[in-house]
Write a protein that binds this ligand. Structure first.
Ligand code: ADP
Ligand code: MG
Ligand code: ZN
Length: 487
């Protein structure tokens, strides 16, 4: 039988607030264990939570960016469960009436088409602490993360393959980073994903029983865990079995999912309205203010870069992946004195290859990149006008990395201008031929690879300043067609 997968994701994103959701403790990652804590986030009796306004602001940003409806009045609920890293014995979350609901996200598939993934809800909640199990005999508990604000973004079961699931989470990650509400760092757990998956005969109108896979902290793991789980479901069904509704975890070392616990149901958590917090009331003015301040989102920006600058889809995708990179691209283009699609493409090439390489090697962001947009623009213009060869452009780039300065000024100062003077290059061509008398004979006998060698010689005589295309052309004219090559 031919099966189809059905996937719905629950993505948790840690909000980049300075302080926790309900107390004034710092949210700083990596602080000494159990130092960012207070009676509120430790759940001491009588300590009362107060909602951090920034949590609502950031949640509204995400809700509006994904076309959600906003509830003017929503409330918090207690989700009760026991775990050593949950000192209160409950998590403050939202259950009925979450603040955002009924939105959608457009993802772009590999073939360039788009697909709409429904967003059921986005709600606010607090994170739990961290249990560290890597000691032989003990479990250590760090409560710094207790009370750090999260949003949970729940998708409709609209996703149909592991690849689509990855594209969806990538889109979420880009959006939260564009909105400045989450750092998107999956390794540090700032963005986490639980995946719900079921299979059904292709064409069926009802869903199969789902399992939920926890602990997915990278795109690779999301894709592999889902592929594994889909195969497993199909195998069980094929041999006449039934899928157990359960919670499983991805074991990356063994490359398989394992059962964690039988499925919990909402009633197991004894949800009830949080009595210590008043309802969250969001005015129409607040919503409109946040809406008006939303930045252009990644997919829209990608489309615009393709249109406005004539960039290929691939380039636009690479550039918009991080907002500061796309900003740098556009700033550089604005500095071009003679803007043109060729020059925009050159800017894009420089950024996609050299700039991103340096950022990766130095592990820095574009804000710490030493070559300013105006200087990259100058470099591109010198190159586009063929004032300098691409080899010299590369050399200058390497120099600017060490010592910021104006490439135009450097070129003028040092006479690095590319030589396109035919008469001068002809002289150098003659010299190359007379110093290498055997090459003409080789060329005649069909050893056409001597051409590259001769171009190299001329470039050397000119200190790399000759226009290589012109050198090649003049050499070819002088050598004529090789005899061994049939005409
Ligand atoms: P639960 O109460 O078990 O958490 P929900 O109905 O709240 O289940 O859905 C949780 C997530 O599971 C959502 O992202 C939803 O899209 C997804 N989901 C629900 N039913 C299925 C199904 N049959 N197959 C795959 N995903 C599903
Ligand atoms: Mg769930
Ligand atoms: Zn605290």
């Amino acid at each position: 039988m031919d099966y189809e997968a059905v996937i719905g994701l629950e993505v948790h994103a840690q909000l980049r607030t300075a302080t926790k959701a309900f107390c004034r403790c710092s949210t700083q990652y990596g602080a000494a264990p159990n130092t960012n804590v207070c009676p509120v986030c430790l759940g001491h009796p009588g300590a009362l939570p107060v909602l951090n306004r920034a949590v609502v602001e950031m949640t509204l940003r995400m809700g509006l960016a994904t076309g959600c409806q906003i509830r003017p009045r929503s409330r918090f609920a207690r989700k009760n469960y026991f775990y050593p890293d949950l000192p209160k014995g409950y998590q403050i979350s939202q259950y009925d009436d979450p603040i955002c609901y009924a939105g959608a996200l457009e993802i772009e598939l590999e073939d360039g088409s788009t697909k709409r993934i429904g967003i059921t809800r986005i709600h606010m909640e607090e994170d739990a602490g961290k249990s560290i199990h890597d000691m032989d005999i003990e479990t250590l508990v760090d409560l710094n993360r207790c009370g750090v604000p999260l949003i949970e973004i729940v998708s409709e079961p609209d996703i149909r393959s592991p690849r689509e699931a990855v594209l969806y989470v990538q889109a979420i990650r880009q959006i939260v980073m564009y909105l400045g509400i989450c750092d998107g760092n999956m390794e540090e757990g700032s963005l986490r994903c639980d995946a719900n998956v079921s299979v059904r005969p292709r064409g069926a109108s009802t869903f199969g029983t789902k399992t939920e896979v926890k602990n997915l902290n990278s795109f690779r793991n999301i894709e592999k865990a889902l592929a594994y789980e889909i195969e497993r479901h199909i195998a069980v069904l094929e041999r006449g079995g039934t899928i157990e509704q359960e919670t499983r975890m991805w074991d990356a070392a063994a490359q398989r999912t394992r059962p964690m616990r039988t499925k919990e149901f909402a009633h197991d958590y004894r949800y009830f309205p949080e009595p210590d917090l008043v309802p969250v009331v969001v005015s129409a003015e607040w919503i409109e203010r946040v809406r008006s301040e939303l930045p252009e989102l990644p997919l829209a920006r990608k489309r615009r870069l393709q249109q406005q600058y004539g960039l290929p889809a691939y380039d636009a995708g690479v550039l918009v992946a991080e907002r500061p990179i796309a900003d740098y691209f556009e700033r550089t283009c604005q500095h071009l004195i003679e803007p043109s699609p060729e020059r925009f493409k050159l800017v894009s090439n420089w950024i996609m290859t050299e700039v991103l390489r340096v950022l990766g090697e130095r592990k820095i962001g574009i804000e710490d990149f030493p070559i300013g947009a105006e200087h990259l623009a100058e470099l591109v213009e010198l190159q586009a006008a063929q004032t300098i060869s691409s080899r010299i452009a590369k050399e200058l780039f390497a120099e600017l990395l060490v010592q910021p300065s104006s490439p135009k000024a450097l070129v003028a100062e040092r006479g690095m201008v590319q030589v396109s003077d035919t008469a001068l290059i002809e002289q150098l061509v003659e010299r190359a031929l007379s110093e290498n008398p055997d090459t003409i004979a080789k060329w005649r006998s069909g050893k056409t690879n001597v051409l590259g060698f001769l171009v190299g010689q001329v470039m050397k005589y000119s200190d790399g300043k000759a226009n290589p295309a012109l050198v090649r052309q003049l050499l070819l004219e002088r050598l004529g067609s090789p005899d061994a090559v049939p005409r």
